[in-house]
Design a protein around this ligand. Structure first.
Ligand code: UGA
Length: 457
């Protein structure tokens, strides 16, 4: 068993730290954020992630997991230091490596025994070489220190399972010493290990994420064409999925991919290519399709309604996907501001994301209300947008839209409902890549009369 320090206790760092402790290593989690560390010491995870709190409390109680802001001590004692700090996107699409650089310097100036530094954060190809050089430049004591790449493949919402039951562990090393040590650290996980060079490991992470982003954008592109030619994207996806070369995952067309990874990693790889004098046309196309996809339903609705001014708009789902409270690059963040600008009165429902959304759009400054139940958003609404496929939203019956809304006009960015069901319930229903169900009884004039009534109220 090894003494492991993990620095940067966000998604990547915390889950890695907890899982290393779970398989028996002695783990110290380091972060500069005191509030975060205090919260962790009290057994509370700062992120919403199924199963994480329990596992964290169990390993903390067993003495295998510690939390501290004292990096000096944590680095001095460690056999290996895993770096999981953020690499946020800069305006030009490149990754900001300043947090990695700060940590690397602190490590160099602190360590007193041989140590393996492992970069888990997603970093552009070649960064591990630079980090190693940087550490050697600032090294205070005469010790052996090498850098290895160990990219992370967990998805939010399933992070613990993705780590303990990972499809593979990628280790990128450029020496036998580093390779053997990382292999030993991962031995207790009993999972397939792919050992490659550092640069290949760095590239695997981007290539895998961007491939998935491309797969989604491809399905969204085909979905938009399906609508125009009278096909149904869900049937098309099902038909494609039986081919093992294509697979059944990540074939869901929708309102575009979001989150902290795909948008950032597609732009970073595009940037890396440009830096190297190459145009990465496929990834560029994925980015363009996704940018357009995020507002596709807003544009359709704007065309259908002429104006949102004074309308009650129900927004169901704010987070970029279910089972997370993360809003980063969520379609809601593109659409809600547009609706507010157009004078809509937004009633938003999300089981966990409202608090984070409220920080950006407080009720005191915007015509927005955060409600605890989807029914409150739907009641008397003129139009409804669905942006996240939470179970609580999927559970809404088709008739509920008909019963509660003033005009049952629904734009579904997650293809939740069977077309027939909405048709039978008398809902005017638009989704992605499927045929629209128009409702002849739902006259535009009804909606505009409502708008006038609201104005005069
Ligand atoms: C993604 C990858 O799935 C992880 O393997 C990777 O480790 C992680 O990024 C990362 O780099 O840290 P995550 O961003 O948590 O994980 O979420 P995903 O479940 O991959 O979903 C990303 C976006 O794609 C969501 O907005 C989701 O709604 C969308 N999506 C996903 C679709 O639109 N259609 C699909 O079929 C699947």
């Amino acid at each position: 068993m090894f003494k492991i320090s993990v620095v940067g206790i966000g998604y990547v760092g915390l889950v890695a730290g907890v899982c290393f402790a779970e398989v028996g290593h002695q783990v110290t989690c380091v972060d500069i954020d005191e509030q975060r560390i205090n919260m962790l010491k009290q057994g509370m995870s700062p992120i919403y992630e199924a199963g994480l709190d329990d596992l964290m409390q169990k390993n903390y109680a067993a003495g295998r997991l510690k939390f501290t802001t004292d990096y000096n001590k944590a680095y001095k004692e460690a056999d290996a230091i895993f770096i999981g700090v953020g690499t946020p996107e800069q305006p030009d699409g490149s990754a900001n490596l300043s947090y990695i650089a700060t940590v690397a310097r602190q490590i160099a100036e602190t360590i007193e025994k041989d140590c393996l530094v492992v970069v888990k954060s997603t970093v552009p190809v070649g960064t591990n070489d630079k980090v190693e050089q940087f550490i050697h430049d600032f090294l205070t004591n005469d010790v052996r220190v090498e850098v290895a790449s160990n990219p992370e493949f967990l998805a939010q919402g399933t992070a613990v399972r993705d780590t303990l039951e990972a499809a593979r562990i990628i280790i990128g090393t450029d020496s036998k010493w580093a390779k053997e040590m990382l292999m030993k650290i991962y031995e207790p996980f009993n999972l397939p290990i792919v050992s490659v060079s550092r640069r290949s490991a760095e590239m695997i992470k981007y290539a895998a994420n961007d491939f998935l982003a491309l797969k989604i954008s491809y399905m969204n592109d085909i979905a938009n064409l399906c609508e125009l030619v009278g096909a149904d994207i869900q049937d098309v996806a099902r038909g494609m999925s039986f081919d093992e070369r294509i697979g059944s995952k990540f074939l869901n067309a929708g309102i575009g991919y979001g989150g902290s990874c795909f948008p950032k990693d597609t732009k970073a790889l595009d940037y890396l290519a440009r830096q190297n004098g190459y145009e990465l046309r496929t990834v560029k196309a994925a980015i363009t399709v996704n940018d357009d996809q995020k507002t596709i339903l807003y544009r359709k609705a704007a065309n259908r309604l002429i104006t949102f001014d004074g309308l009650k708009v129900a927004v169901l789902g704010l987070t970029f996907k279910p089972e997370t409270d993360d809003l980063r690059e969520a379609p809601s963040l593109e659409n809600v501001p547009l609706l507010l600008e157009q004078g809509a009165r937004v009633y938003a429902y999300d089981p966990v994301g409202s608090d984070n959304f409220r920080l950006k759009y407080p009720e005191s400054e915007y015509k927005i209300n955060y409600v605890d139940k989807p029914e409150e958003a739907l009641s008397g609404a003129n139009v409804c947008f669905i942006f996240t496929e939470w179970e609580q939203i999927k559970a809404i019956k088709a008739e509920t839209f008909q019963k509660l809304m003033r005009t049952p006009l629904v734009y579904d960015g997650r293809n939740i409902y069977p077309i027939q069901e909405m048709q039978d319930a008398g809902v005017e229903y638009y989704s992605i890549g499927r045929q629209a169900v128009e409702n002849k009884d739902l006259k535009l004039s009804n909606i505009h009369n409502t708008s006038h009534r609201l104005h005069s109220a």
